[in-house]
Design a protein around this ligand. Structure first.
Ligand code: PHE
Length: 349
């Protein structure tokens, strides 16, 4: 019978022979049925025709299903014979991922966000006004020279920003501007806290600790009655969140035209733990950022009354921090994009 004959077909050839025998145009069971039907008495034709069609449909469906099975089996056999194993999982395509420097900046933002800081941005092609003037940097300051700063050749006084501090000037001008109600955004909000991560540029030769393009994260807080204790407390907290509860920091007096007093913050060298090594040049400490209380001239430049408002600012080197967290000896590794290096940088999350 048909079901047994169908199951007995071990390959496509046998199946095609069975197909011919059952539903072929001539001499098949189906053709024979049609002849019988033609010869049948008229009043039985309708009933017999329906039965014959049902039978033929059943054969055709059975043949189609079995043919598909046999074709699949033949493909699999051919693939196996060619050495390809279709039961292996497919190859996983390489996935894109954030660069370790971006991941570290994201982490810094995550540390400060619960303290009420949001992210501000500014352009990398800046004006002298934002990069220098608004930051109380004198006309004759060496950083303004073309030996240190990349200037655009054609006009406009545009340059590649040498630090993220011009974002301070942009934000201060924005929140210091009086609105239609005579109040500034700063007066309405009572204060502001933000981070400004981004790329900066300086004319430095490339070596293991310098690059003409690098990253900084600027931080700023403006409020009333802000002092060095707020700055120290905030940064000490942030460094513990970043490096772990054992993180040790120290502040040294320093000078930047846009802060007064100014300071530099060091962290205890994570490589040698303070006993002195190549990374900290024997001192046991690594400089991480410049900081200080916002200079009254910077507030006044943006139209903010320094007799009412005060605040702090800091600017942190991202590559420096990344090198310490990941114990990477050469900053150039961050820019060469060797996948083996990038994939080894799990510690920056
Ligand atoms: N802009 C300074 C630099 O690039 C860092 C800094 C930022 C210092 C904010 C004080 C306050 O070195």
């Amino acid at each position: 019978a048909f079901p047994e004959a169908l199951a007995a077909c071990a390959d496509l050839d046998a199946l095609l022979r069975l197909k011919g025998a059952y539903v072929g145009r001539e001499g098949s069971h189906a053709a024979r049925l049609m002849e019988l039907l033609k010869a049948a008495p008229k009043e039985q034709k309708r009933e017999l025709g329906a039965a014959a069609n049902a039978l033929k449909t059943q054969w055709e469906e059975g043949l189609r299903t079995r043919q598909a099975e046999l074709e699949e089996a033949r493909k699999r056999a051919a693939a196996l014979a060619s050495g390809w194993d279709p039961t292996l999982p497919p190859p996983v395509p390489a996935q894109g991922a954030l660069h370790p420097l971006n991941r570290l900046m994201d982490r810094l933002v995550d540390v400060f966000r619960p303290l009420g800081y949001h992210v501000e941005e500014g352009p990398e092609a800046e004006t002298e006004e934002h990069n220098f003037d608004g930051l109380n940097i004198p006309e004759d300051h060496p950083a303004r020279g073309s030996a240190d700063t990349f200037y655009f050749r054609q006009g406009g006084g545009l340059l590649l920003r040498t630090h993220t501090s011009p974002v301070q000037v942009r934000v201060l001008k924005r929140i210091g501007a009086k609105g239609p109600d005579g109040l500034s955004e700063l007066e309405r909000s009572g204060g502001i806290r933000f981070l400004a991560p981004g790329r900066v540029y300086r004319k430095d030769e490339i070596d293991p600790t310098h690059s003409p393009m690098f990253h900084q994260v600027e931080g700023m807080l403006v409020g009333k009655g802000i002092g060095m204790h707020h700055l120290k407390g905030t940064l000490s907290y942030a460094m513990k969140a970043l490096f772990g509860p054992g993180a040790d920091v120290r502040f040294r007096p320093s000078y930047f035209p846009f802060v007064e007093p100014g300071a530099e913050m060091d962290v205890r060298c994570p490589l040698c733990g303070g006993s002195g090594c190549r990374v900290c040049k024997g001192s046991g400490w690594v400089e991480l950022l410049g900081a200080g209380l916002i200079h009254p001239n910077v507030l006044a430049y943006a139209g903010i009354d320094p007799a009412v408002w005060s605040g702090f600012a800091f600017g942190m080197g991202v590559e420096r921090t990344a090198m310490m967290v990941s114990q990477t000896p050469d900053l150039r590794l961050f820019f060469e994009n060797d996948q083996r290096f990038l994939n080894s940088m799990g510690g920056l999350d």
